[in-house]
Design a binder for this molecule. Structure first.
Ligand SMILES: Cc1cc2nc3c(=O)[nH]c(=O)nc-3n(C[C@H](O)[C@H](O)[C@H](O)COP(=O)(O)OP(=O)(O)OC[C@H]3O[C@@H](n4cnc5c(N)ncnc54)[C@H](O)[C@@H]3O)c2cc1C
Length: 433
């Protein structure tokens, strides 16, 4: 291993690997390190969906969809089942984008594909099973390199012009750099647990593998994400305060939640869980300072948020794109203080409205319990309104300004729903029995 690089990147998943690829395209001499070896599951707790915005960023990096997905992970319908009272069926074709579908992805495959592509860049040296344990600083406090440890516990000291922490939401790099959160939106903390299942029966003949959101009420929801043939990730979302499970074990509580939905129970009749139940008990929402003397943060290390809207991978890819552009500016003569500041602000401006909406959705979905009367009227009118559905799907796909979308009851969908009920007119929802 060389002892001097332009940039060292700590962490080799979405943010780190994509940044290495972009810096490789700029011919920078990059060291990319990752403490685990690929393929690896489930060291990253994620119940992952990639939406059209994410796929666009992956296309920019030269990936074809088939490289990181499986054919039967493709979902062209989102179905929201409201406490068994009604189904809102949302065909993604109504978005009218280049891609009118999402994919559930197998992170094992996805992260491995990204890592291998980054490692194949001629100017990138990629080392797995190699963990950063400390950072080097000069007398003025500027970060100048890292101390790392290989699997056989050999210690290495490596220098760089810039050290980037792409090491996830619990970032050790952030602590070593002294990066503090500068904004947090944590009034509604949430938790999420998930596992992979095989042998899951089709949802229906007409719509074999949609993405299904089951709103269970009382602060619980389930997300069923197809990732491959008869293979699903099923995630449970709940309030952090409800994670003591009334004395039950996590797995027992998780399975009980799945079994409480008759339709899902039927789908799981001959299915088996093939991974442990993993997740995060408290998912915070916020931003850390993303740059400083000799260092930067990217991906979840910089910005972390609830996975309810499935934006983490998109955000990590977007931030790494912006950071690569800031590094280019810096290498072309702009002072790092300025380039880093612009990077932080640019990403903040691109993500903050969405974050606020996601936090509002967490509040609404997990922290409010509407009475059955409201579910049967207001919520049904809104969620089955085609114009609302189109906006919701475009919002999740990052194809519209998040500020133009409201999840709660608003006049248009409510009035149209009311009139549909009164006159029994309008588009009938397809019934996927
Ligand atoms: C429960 C849950 C569900 C989610 N669902 C979705 C979803 O549906 N869609 C979506 O887009 N996003 C989702 N996310 C978010 C998504 O997983 C993250 O946003 C994304 O993985 C961030 O990528 P990253 O590269 O920044 O960090 P990570 O994926 O966390 O990768 C960090 C890497 O750094 C490595 N590392 C850490 N410390 C060191 C060290 N000292 N030395 C070397 N390497 C180190 C780790 O091993 C890890 O591989 C979810 C997250 C959670 C918690």
């Amino acid at each position: 291993m060389d002892k001097q690089y332009d940039i060292i990147i700590i962490g080799g998943r979405v943010a780190g690997a994509s940044l290495a690829m972009r810096l490789g395209q700029q011919n920078r001499k990059v060291l990319l390190i990752e403490r685990i070896t690929f393929p690896s599951w489930p060291s990253v707790p994620s119940s992952p969906i990639v939406h059209p915005g994410t796929m666009r960023l992956l296309s920019e990096l030269g990936f074809a969809e088939e490289e990181y997905t499986y054919a039967e992970g493709k979902a062209d319908h989102v179905i929201m089942d409201m406490m068994g009272k009604f189904q809102a069926v949302m065909p993604m074709a109504m978005m009218d984008l280049d891609r009118n579908y999402i994919y559930g992805i197998d992170r094992n495959k996805f992260d491995t594909v990204l890592w291998r592509r980054a490692a194949s860049c001629p100017t990138v040296s990629a080392y797995e099973n190699f963990a950063m344990t400390d950072v080097l600083k000069d007398a003025a406090g500027r970060v100048t390199g890292i101390v790392g440890r290989t699997g056989d516990r050999t210690e290495e000291v490596i220098q760089a012009d810039l050290v980037v922490g792409a090491d996830g939401r619990f970032s050790l790099a952030a602590r070593k750099f002294g990066a503090e959160p500068f904004e947090e939106l944590n009034d509604y903390p949430s938790a999420s647990y998930h596992a992979e299942w095989e042998g899951v029966a089709e949802y229906s003949k007409a719509c074999p593998h949609p993405l299904v959101i089951y709103q269970l009420g009382g602060g619980y929801s389930l997300l069923c994400i197809p990732i491959d043939k008869q293979k699903y990730i099923i995630a449970n979302y709940l309030r952090t305060g409800d994670t003591h499970f009334g004395g039950k074990k996590l797995e027992e509580h998780y399975v009980q939640a799945l079994q409480s939905v008759p339709r899902l129970r039927e789908q799981l009749k001959n299915a088996r869980r093939v991974t442990p139940v993993v997740g995060v008990r408290r998912i915070d929402n916020g931003y850390r300072q993303a740059y400083g003397q000799g260092w930067a943060l990217v991906g979840d290390a910089f910005h972390y948020e609830s996975p309810l809207d499935g934006q983490g991978i998109y955000n990590a890819l977007l931030a790494s794109k912006f950071l690569a552009e800031a590094i280019e500016q810096w290498k072309n003569g702009q002072p790092w203080e300025e380039a880093g500041k612009e990077y932080q602000q640019r990403f903040y401006d691109s993500s903050h409205d969405m974050l606020k909406q996601t936090v509002a959705r967490v509040q609404q979905e997990l922290y409010t319990s509407p009475p059955p009367f409201v579910v049967n009227t207001l919520m049904r009118w809104v969620l089955t309104d085609p114009r609302f559905q189109k906006k919701f799907l475009l919002y999740l796909s990052r194809a519209i300004d998040p500020n133009t979308f409201t999840f709660g009851p608003s006049l248009g969908p409510v009035a149209r729903g009311f009139l549909r009920d009164v006159f029994r007119t309008g588009r009938r929802q397809p019934a996927f029995e």
